[in-house]
Design a protein around this ligand. Structure first.
Ligand code: NI
Length: 134
């Protein structure tokens, strides 16, 4: 059994590596390397797995998941420039893959160990990444 809480946030980023030349960054990241940054409306799906509690009928109270997402993800990344404002990406390229891994680690550290956790992140309507620790 899995339950899901959805959330959205808006962030700016630029894909590039400080240790690469301008030419190599442009070759690999193209438009995403725009030096003045660009934005995305991200959608996050946080899927929690486990057993349904017989007393409550809940797998987990989704209010708990909602608050975790707000405290750990939204407060950190919403209306921020990921490269400039977020310590997590100071030396980590803020690709969708890295954003979902950072988000998973943040939530995993706060979620009771009895639950499984998988996160999906939509960077655009058509580009989606998923991470469950692997
Ligand atoms: Ni982008």
């Amino acid at each position: 059994m899995r339950v899901c809480r959805r959330a959205t946030f808006n962030s700016a980023h630029r894909l590039y590596r400080k240790d690469w030349s301008d030419e190599k960054n442009q070759e690999i990241f193209g438009k995403c390397n725009n030096k003045n940054y660009h934005g995305h409306n991200y959608t996050l799906e946080v899927w929690v797995s486990g057993k349904v509690n017989e007393e409550t009928g809940y797998l987990i109270d989704l209010k708990i998941v909602k608050d975790l997402i707000k405290d750990e993800i939204i407060e950190r990344f919403d209306h921020r420039n990921l490269n400039l404002d977020c310590i997590e990406f100071e030396n980590l390229n803020p690709t969708a893959e890295n954003i979902v891994m950072v988000s998973w680690n943040l939530l995993r550290s706060k979620l009771d160990k009895s639950f499984g956790l998988s996160i999906k992140l939509w960077e655009t309507e058509n580009n989606i990444v998923e991470y469950d620790g692997n």
